[in-house]
Design a protein around this ligand. Structure first.
Ligand code: DCP
Ligand code: CA
Ligand code: CA
Length: 369
């Protein structure tokens, strides 16, 4: 069977690149986009940074004060996140990408899979040309650079896109897949997080090659059938997941582990605010309004607790989301003595905001009257 040709397109240092777009005079300076928690002027975390700042060791997730320390005596620019602006740009880029694919699947604010098998005529050489065209169109129309991986499937496309950044293009043909993946650390495979990586290390599995050679029966005994099969296939670069336009989600959620176990509201809110920001970025892209907000708490004893609240009207407000989460947390803390280890936020009960349709309906109504 002829191989598929799949691209993963990921925009470079996305939020910071958007800021450079808005104000090109900062381009040569270290640019740090920050999520301020609001507790003190400096508290919060780095959302992302441009590559000038990264050269100083600044990256997503580090505390703002640490970034400031690393960039002491430079002309660094620190800016607050502006999701609305990034989403607007994301939407425009996604429209360009959609037009350049047989099938298109957005998987984040700044990345998407494109199946180009048909238009590449099954040729990876042609696939590379199409990827070059994607890069030049995104640059021409939106003045943004991106990095692209081209491969026979989503798994390998994603890893290859990460290989060369920024402004990279990496093509991995079916013949090259195992040689490409083999030397990489297992943690590069999606689904191998810090914990799994440690467990694998203890078994002597360090590289993807090690994993591919590991005895299947022992892998099953350790990770269970499903996970073992996934790991084994992944290590060989096998992945049949189709590129699919996302169906409408019924809920959107995020969960995270707290830095330390806690039942201190302000500390927990720092984390949930961050989760709310991410969730909000997701829905704004799809113009979704939610009616129900939920939290999930995993306590230190590993017990799981959920609370939720349904609002009177659907909303897409970030403030309402954060406010409702706070309310649910306060209530939960008042009801139990438990310390929290992990915390999650979920929105559901969506109403799609159909601006155009609404306008059309009111127009028709007026016409009738
Ligand atoms: N983001 C964030 N916090 C994180 C990771 C990411 O707020 N811990 C946001 C900011 C990023 C955007 O999501 O710009 C996209 O994330 P990526 O992981 O793709 O990172 P970048 O696009 O910033 O950088 P890269 O050039 O490595 O893709
Ligand atoms: Ca990116
Ligand atoms: Ca990304």
């Amino acid at each position: 069977m002829q191989s598929r040709i799949i691209m993963l397109v990921d925009l470079d240092y996305f939020f910071a690149q958007c800021e450079e777009l808005r104000n090109p005079s900062i381009k040569d300076k270290p640019v740090v986009v920050c999520v301020y928690s609001g507790r003190t002027e400096e508290s919060g975390a780095v959302s992302t940074a441009n590559y000038v700042a990264r050269a100083y060791g600044v990256k997503s997730g580090i505390p703002i004060f640490l970034a400031k320390k690393k960039l002491e005596n430079t002309n660094a620019v620190f800016l607050p996140v502006d999701y609305m602006f990034y989403e607007e740009i994301s939407g425009k880029v996604m429209n360009i990408l959609k037009g350049l694919a047989d099938r298109f699947e957005q998987v984040g604010i700044d990345e998407a899979y494109l199946d180009v098998t048909l238009r590449a005529n099954g040729s990876f050489e042609q696939g590379r040309k199409l990827a070059e065209n994607v890069k030049s169109e995104v640059l021409r129309q939106q003045k943004l650079t991106c990095s692209i991986g081209v491969a026979p499937n989503k798994l390998v496309a994603k890893i290859s896109a990460d290989t060369k950044k920024p402004d990279g293009l990496t093509v991995v043909t079916p013949e090259q897949v195992t040689a490409f993946l083999g030397p990489l650390p297992v943690s590069r495979l999606i689904g191998v997080g810090a914990k799994t990586k440690e467990r694998m290390q203890a078994l002597g599995i360090n590289t993807v090659f090690d994993l591919s050679n590991y005895d299947m029966q022992r892998l099953i005994a350790i990770f269970g059938k499903t996970l073992a099969a996934y790991f084994h296939n992944a290590s060989l670069g096998i992945d049949d997941e189709p590129v699919q336009e996302r169906g409408e989600a019924t809920s959107i959620s995020r969960i995270a582990t707290l830095k330390h176990d806690s039942r201190e509201l302000s500390f927990i809110l720092e984390k949930t605010d961050q989760l709310c920001n991410e969730i909000h970025a997701d829905i704004a892209n799809d113009k979704l309004a939610y009616k129900t907000v939920g939290i999930v708490v995993i306590a230190t004893d590993m017990s799981i607790h959920t609370r939720s609240k349904t609002l009177e009207n659907p909303t897409d407000s970030l403030e309402a989301l954060k406010g409702t989460v706070k309310e649910l947390l306060e209530k939960f803390l008042g009801q139990t003595e438990l310390e929290m280890r992990r915390i999650g936020v979920k929105i559901s009960n969506f109403a799609k905001e159909q601006k155009h349709q609404r306008q059309l309906t009111s127009f028709i109504k007026e016409g009738k009257g």
